[in-house]
Each structure stands twice: as C-alpha cells, then as structure tokens.
Design a protein around this ligand. Structure first.
Ligand code: TA6
Length: 313
C-alpha cells in the first residue's frame, strides 16, 4: 500500500523571519532576532506533515545556487526525501518582518529563478516516478519565472494518471487553470473567491464552495484567518471555528492547514476529523516563531478547541 506523500514546491525558498521592535518606513531598523528555514509553501507542508507524524514524505521542486543547497540540506535534516532538480541561478529568499508592537507580518517575496524547458522536463520525469509511488501529491505555491500558468493543470493530470491523489494550493491564474484538471482539494482564500461572488457575505462563500464542488473538486476550503474557514467536503458544507490566539507568526498557517487535512485524508478520516486536524495545525503554526512549523503539544491542545458544524441553510 502506498504511504508516501509528495509535496511539490516549484518555487522553493529560504524563509527568513526578522523580529523588529517596530517597523518604521524610511529608517534604519536593527533586527532583534532572525530565523531562517527552508520554505515556500510545499516545503512547509512537508515539514508539518513530518511533525504531525507522517513517516514517508518527499519534497520536490527546483533548487538553485547557495540558497538551493541550504534548502536541500534543511529538507534532508528534517527527515524528508529531497527530490529537487538543480537549476542555474539562485533560489529565492522570502522575507517576513514581524513588528513586535502588534505582531503584524509584512512579507517581501522574491520571484525565484528562471526555469527552462530542459529542466522542466527533468522535473516532470522525477514527478512521474514519485507520483507512481505516492498516495498523494500536493502542489503548493507560486511558479518560478519562465513557467506557464497552465503548468499545474499538466502536472495534476500527470500525477493523477500515475495513480496518486492530488491537492492544489495556489492562487491567481495557476489556480484557475489548475482547477480545470480537477484536483481533489483546493484552498483558495477569501480574497481569491471574492471576485467570483456577487457580494462578500458568508452565505455567498457557501455558494462559492458549492459551485467549486460542482466543478468536480470534492474538497474545497476557504480559509478566513481568525474567523476559521468554510469548507465543502463530499457535498456537505461545514463551518470551522477556531479559538482566539496570541499569534506569534501567522506565515505558513495555510500550509500547516493543508498538511493537517492531508494527514487525515490519506487515513480516510471523516470530513469533520480532517477539518479539526487541519484547523488545529493551522492554529498551532501561528503559535510558533518559525513559518511552517508547529509544536505537537500546541496541536494536541488546540484539537479540543476547534468547533466544526455542518452548515444549516
Ligand atoms: O505560506 C507561507 C509561505 O510559504 C512563506 O513561507 C513564503 O515562502 C511564501 O508563502 C511563498 O508563497 P508563494 O505563493 O510565492 O510560493
């Protein structure tokens, strides 16, 4: 039986988190603390899956230059199989500045290296092989330069025909085009679906989730930050409520949510249990200073504080 979960971070990054007393535009600021970890959404998902206790996890994508070597070393140190294609250039830095006055986060994301057709073919070959022995392949995040916005749709079809389940967590055109290949899970945020709705009220989020499920995507989650999430799972709609948190760093909460959901999904848990596990992972990430990271003690405690209810229309 397949146990491997492969995450795909085409635009892998070093996530650097700077803790600053206060962010003041146009001044010199000295960081009180700096943390660096391999990141980009797919790597965050892989790391949280490991932390939740999923044994067999692989991370694939492109890695370039010194930053790429840092990323691959970090991934391997975490016990994740590193399946990266080495490309010319430099993998990106994603900078997150945390203002201690209110713990707000300000991000600066580099575009990432330029990818050519030859390296894309190598990635596809690697993915074909990985998908053939994976239970689930999770595609997350933005595309590096040089890749077509329809790429996720192609890769979803490739993974699907190799017998793996497929999740997609992307935004903009790569998400819209990727949805055409019918991944089994998507997680657009509220801003993402708002343009598709007549107005922004919660009942319309329900309409959006229902419409997306009708397109043949069985698991649709719209995360709402501190307001939790609205989810459509196998034809039913759920409201996910989370406790008030003293958040330290909210970057990576969505990735932790995806990891928590995937953990339950591959174990065939009920919709409610998958959502509870996912929301607790997202919340636990907010309590960690590192993006895409959680402590199991926080996760265990939060599991009892998540409220999942079926939507009554
Ligand atoms: O979700 C958080 C995060 O993964 C950060 O760690 C940072 O690397 C960023 O998102 C990258 O997002 P992108 O969509 O550009 O891949």
């Amino acid at each position: 039986m397949r146990e491997l979960i492969t995450t795909v971070a085409l635009n892998a990054a070093i996530d650097k988190t700077y803790y600053l007393d206060e962010i003041c535009k146009g001044t010199v600021m000295r960081a009180e603390k700096v943390l660096a970890a391999a990141g980009g959404k797919g790597i965050n998902v892989a790391r949280v899956l490991k932390q939740l206790g999923h044994e067999k996890v692989a991370a694939a994508g492109f890695a370039a230059g010194h930053n790429g070597r840092f990323i691959v070393d970090h991934v391997m140190d975490t016990g994740i199989d590193a399946e990266f294609i080495t490309v010319p250039g430099e993998s990106r830095l994603c900078l997150n500045f945390i203002d201690r006055t209110d713990n707000s986060t300000t991000e600066v994301l580099e575009p990432g290296p330029q990818i050519d057709g030859e390296h894309l073919d190598l990635l596809k070959e690697r993915l074909q092989e990985l998908a053939g022995r994976s239970k689930l392949v999770i595609f997350s995040g933005s595309l590096p330069q040089g890749l077509d916005s329809g790429l996720y749709a192609d890769l979803i079809r490739l993974a699907d025909s190799a017998g793996a389940g497929v999740f997609l967590d992307a935004s903009g055109a790569p998400l819209e085009q990727g949805m055409e290949a019918k991944p089994s899970f998507i997680k657009p945020n509220e801003d993402e679906v708002r343009p598709w709705l007549p107005d922004g009220e919660a009942p319309d989020l329900v309409k959006a989730v229902t419409a997306l499920m009708a397109k043949g995507i069985p698991n649709v989650v719209i995360t709402l930050g501190a307001e939790g999430a609205v989810a459509g799972i196998a034809g039913k709609i759920y409201r996910v409520q989370i406790p008030a948190l003293q958040a330290v760093n909210t970057v990576g909460c969505g990735d932790a949510f995806v990891a928590g959901f995937a953990y339950g999904h591959v174990r065939r848990w009920s919709a409610q249990d998958c959502l509870r596990h996912a929301a607790a992972a997202g919340c636990a990430n907010a309590l960690s200073p590192i993006a895409g990271d959680l402590r199991m003690a926080d996760h265990r405690q939060l599991l009892g504080e998540i409220r999942i209810s079926e939507w009554q229309s």
